[in-house]
Each structure stands twice: as C-alpha cells, then as structure tokens.
Design a protein around this ligand. Structure first.
Ligand code: ATP
Ligand code: MG
Length: 569
C-alpha cells in the first residue's frame, strides 16, 4: 500500500476528550474517528488491526472445535421475554420498534438467540457437545462510554456458546476455551492474567476473566503475593478474621458526637482508628430494608451482598427510609438500640471486633463499648466486603493480598441451564428422555483487546504494535522524493517486498523525512526500512526497529530475508 493513497489522517494534538493513551493514539494515528459517544468509525489502518485480531480469534476458536455462525444484531423482544431479561436488563439494552410497532433490541449479547437456534436444530445427544461462535457488533447503552474502544456503546465481540449433555462435557469445553483464550492473548504478545470472577448463582470455579495488565485498567485485581490466587475485586474471597472474645468489653455507653456523621469525622472526634468502628448502611433488598454492617475501614461488596441476600434488586436506601428504620438522620445508624426489628447482615470482620463504636440511632450520638454477639446478633454473618491490600490470602496460609489494575478482555462462564431452562431448550438423551442443555458462554472484546494492546505497547512517540496486530509489518520510507534515483530504488524495493508477501506500507509521500518518521512512530509499524543517502553511496539499507530503535544495515540482496526473520520472530 502506498501511503500517498492511504486514508490516514494523523494529527499531532491530543484530542481533549481522550483520557487514556490508547484512545489518544488511535485517534492521532488516524485509525478511528468518533461518530457519537461510544460509537466509532474505523479507518483503513484501524480496521486492518481489527481484522488481524479477528483472524487470530477465528483460528483459535476453530482449533478449539467451535463453528462460526452469524446471528442477527436486531433481536425480537419475544426471545428476551422468554428468558426474562427484557424486564431485567435495564437501560443498557437499546430497545426499538419496527413499523408494525413490534419491539426489538440490538443484541448486547446473544444467549437467547443462540439457545433459540439450538433448540430448533439440535435434537439428539449424539449432536453434542456443540460449540458455536460469532464475531459481531454488539450494542450496550453504557452509562459512561469512555476510553475510546475500551468502553464503547457499539463494539465488536467474539461470543461463543457451548451446549452439552452433562457437566463433565461442559468442564472439558470450558477448559479448552480457556486454553484457546490463553493462546489468543499470548499470540498478541499481551501480559495478561486469568482471574477468578463472580459466577453468580452457579458458584465454584465457573467463571474466569482474562485481564490485560495496565495501570489505566478499570478493574481492580486482587492477587496473592505468595500463591497463584488472583481474582477480580468483585469476586475476591476474604479469609474470616480472628474473633476476639470481647469478654473484657464494658457495657455499651452513649457518647455525644455533634455533627460527626461521617466515619472520618467521628474517628477524628473520638481519636480512634476506623478499624474500631462498625459502619452501618441501610440497603433496600427486593424492596425490604436491611441493615448492612462492615468494619469502618472496609467497603461493602454489593455483588457478594446480593448473593448472600439472594436478591435481584439492591440499592442504598433513601434518606427518608434510613430515618424511619433507625429513627435517626443518616450518619448515626447502628446495630444496637434499634427502634424496631430489622434484618441485620454483618460482614465477618465485624464479628471479630471487640469494644467497637457505632451510631446510636440518635442524632449526634454514637455508642462505644459495643460487643458484637453480645449487644446485637445479626441474622446473617458472611463475607460481604471488598478485599483490601494486606488482607490474609484466602487460599494459602502465608500470603497477603496486593492490588493490580487490569482491563477485562475476555470472560468465560459456565451458564449451566439458566437459558436452556428458561427457553425450554431440550434434546433427547441416550435413554430417549428429554433433557435441557447445559451451556457455557465465552466472550472476547475485539476493540477492547486492540486498545489494551496499545495501553501495554507504546512510548512517548506513539504505538509499538506487537507483530501479530500490526496493520503492516514494514514501513518503507523514502527520505527524499525529489531524488529520482532514490525513488526508483524505493519503487523497486516496494515491489520486491510485496512480491515476497511482506506486508508493507510504502511512504512515497512528498513530505519531509521528519514528518514521515513522526507518522511511522505514531502509527507504530514494527519495522522501518529507510531509503536515503546510504543506499546511494554505500548500497546499504537501514532497518530500524520501532520497539528498540535499534538500527541494522543490510545490502539489497539480504533485505527480504532479514525482514522475514524479523517478522517471524
Ligand atoms: P464490563 O464489566 O467491562 O462491562 P462485561 O462483564 O459487561 O464487561 P461481558 O458481558 O462478559 O462483559 O462481555 C464479554 C467481553 O466484551 C468483555 O470481556 C469485554 O472484553 C467486552 N466488552 C464488554 N463491554 C464492552 C464495552 N462497553 N466496550 C467494549 N468492549 C466491551
Ligand atoms: Mg458490562
């Protein structure tokens, strides 16, 4: 491809709505352009990179035995009503009506459509296991689309679904998909980790996320400094704290704490650390108020809380509800001396406290010398908090937790019978009896992975593409287009490289050498071949590597093989 003909509007200034480097660089390198919030057009280089990644995904999915299909983006509401998600999915689901006033959505994910397809077409256990995948555009009306391709509203996803007659078969495919994902991200040269994720109702090791490590990642990953345990913060298990018997705790007493309704204020006022406090929050769980207790230095993990309470709808209560439940304004709630009975859920660490402080359910008042278990008995004690740095590892005896940041690029999940049951998707088993399919689902964010690759591979000058994703491997740069000899040599080299099937961009533009170098670095072609004075005077071609800036000189006869070696490695 000749650069002079390429639509690649590079820009020098950083766009002001681009917070993360991948977003900035993809815009600056002329790869994407914003159409609306979270909606982008891909320009030729950007689209080539996407296609490169998709090709890798396809190869590994096919190798894992999955078959490619292509499902519609526009999905009738009926299917989503069957699964119950038409009501549950909320505002991320883009809903629309056709001319007959029938309701549809733009698929944010495709469990319903695939389950419908399989229930119509698969009859017998002999056809199982079956894995199907597609690479397609999804739409999720994210509240905060941001970071360019990282969190778009319209975005590409590879989604795969597997169907099984039994759990062992699902386990085998789940493991194969996990290996395929490892292969995909390894081939892209990414530094990633597989972390345990929240697996909803199914539990166990039934959901994992593939995280590309990056300081700008939206996800916090807990990992042990000693063993291999790693989990998404949402899912990271916390080891129960040792319990203090508290038999020396005096009877509780109230203490005036004027205007100190916030943990920071009351800790300062009483001169005691947040660890001694019981933070009391009022939640609405399926429309019923629940008192939720965590230690003052901890935060509630709503995903865990949702599981413990087994509820779909969970939110912090309005101030009015807090007042009616505790009899006090927000900030002074506590588990002792409540005006009326209310469910109490406590984090395990709260029960480990002795002589604690909490709100007194009275304005401007706290209680000291609270002894959990003695002064209040929760209905449920469970792990309902976020893990923090320094927590003892749940899995090994000596490690402690650290936090890293990552970008979730893939997610594998054992769905079980959730969708097959809802849609009554059945096959005939070996005994000739109807049985619901057992399912798995497996997603990879296409644009998000490409963006994550940039987060991990860039420098002050621009992108440094891993070879596997580079839009072109080699950028042939002719330094002076006014020199007819140089141009003739460059044309010849371009032709030779192309004939040898090297992916090459030929920067034949009548621009200064400075501009060409800047663009080459910004776009991030892994290899530059520089054609300048040295070629004419000494017959030497300069090969420059983007990543290391290392320069090698080769004669024309060795150029093709030198480049092929570099591309292969
Ligand atoms: P997140 O927690 O980041 O919103 P998710 O759990 O909703 O992700 P899944 O439903 O598991 O994501 O979708 C599979 C994959 O699709 C994700 O691992 C991610 O790579 C990608 N993905 C999800 N949402 C977006 C988005 N808004 N923009 C780009 N890619 C996305
Ligand atoms: Mg999401």
């Amino acid at each position: 491809m000749r650069f002079s003909q390429l639509l690649c509007p590079t820009v020098r200034e950083t766009p002001n709505d681009a917070e993360v480097i991948s977003h900035q660089l993809m815009i600056r390198a002329g790869m994407i352009r914003k159409v609306a919030a979270g909606i982008y057009s891909f320009l030729p280089l950007g689209y080539r990179i996407i296609q490169k990644f998709e090709a890798i995904v396809r190869e590994e999915m096919n190798r894992a035995g999955a078959q490619e299909v292509f499902l519609p983006a526009v999905v009738p509401a009926e299917l989503w009503e069957e699964s119950g998600r038409w009501q549950l999915y909320g505002k991320e689901l883009l809903r629309l009506r056709d001319r007959h006033n029938k309701e549809f959505c733009i698929g944010p994910t495709h469990e319903e459509v695939i389950t419908d397809l399989v229930r119509q077409t698969v009859r017998s256990y002999r056809q199982l296991p079956l894995s199907l995948y597609q690479i397609q555009t999804k739409f999720r009306d994210e509240i905060r689309p941001r970071f360019g391709l990282m969190r778009g509203r319209e975005f590409g996803m590879k989604d795969a679904y597997s169907f099984h007659a039994n759990w062992e078969s699902l386990d085998a495919t789940y493991a194969a998909m996990s290996r395929a994902y490892e292969a995909i991200f390894k081939r892209c040269g990414l530094d990633f980790r597989i972390v345990e994720a929240d697996s909803g109702a199914i539990g166990g090791d039934s959901s994992a996320e593939f995280m590309v490590m990056a300081a700008t990642g939206e996800d916090a990953i807990i990992h042990c400094n000693t063993c291999s345990y790693a989990a998404n913060l949402e899912a990271a298990k916390v080891r129960p704290s040792p319990v203090d018997s508290g038999d020396k705790t005096p009877a509780y007493a109230s203490i005036l704490t004027p205007n100190a309704g916030k943990i920071e204020d009351v800790t300062a006022f009483l001169g005691r650390p947040a660890e001694h406090f019981i933070k009391t929050l009022v939640y609405m769980a399926n429309e019923v108020p629940v008192l939720v207790l965590v230690r003052g230095d901890h935060t509630v993990n709503e995903i865990k809380l949702r599981h413990v309470l087994d509820c779909q709808e969970l939110s912090l209560a309005e101030d009015e509800t807090v007042k009616s439940v505790t009899g006090a304004p927000v900030g002074f709630a506590g588990p002792v001396a409540l005006p009326a009975a209310v469910r109490i859920v406590a984090d395990a660490a709260v029960m480990g406290l002795a002589d604690a402080v909490s709100g007194a359910n009275q304005k401007d008042t706290h209680l000291t010398h609270i002894q959990p278990g003695r002064d209040f008995v929760p209905e449920i004690v469970a792990d309902i908090r976020d893990a923090i740095v320094g927590d003892a590892c749940y899995h090994c005896d000596s490690g402690t937790y650290q936090i890293l940041r990552g970008i979730e690029v893939g997610h594998i999940f054992k769905l079980g019978e959730k969708y097959s049951q809802a849609l009554n998707a059945v096959f005939l088993n070996a005994e000739g009896k109807e049985q619901t399919f057992i399912m798995g689902c497996y997603g990879v964010g296409i644009g998000r992975t490409v963006a994550a690759a940039i987060e991990q591979n860039h420098d002050a000058d621009g992108i440094i593409w891993p070879m596997a994703l580079a839009p072109y491997h080699v950028d042939v740069i002719v330094l002076n287009t006014k020199d007819a000899d140089l141009v003739a040599i460059s044309d010849r080299i371009y032709q030779t490289l192309t004939e040898n099937r090297i992916e090459v961009i030929y920067d034949d533009r009548a621009e200064s050498a400075g501009i060409k170098f800047k663009d080459a670095e910004l776009i991030g072609f892994p290899i530059q071949v520089i054609i300048g004075k040295k070629v004419k005077e000494e017959g030497l071609f300069e090969i420059k590597l983007r990543a290391t800036k290392e320069v090698r000189l080769v004669v024309e006869a060795d150029l093709v093989s030198a480049l092929q070696d570099l591309i292969r490695n």
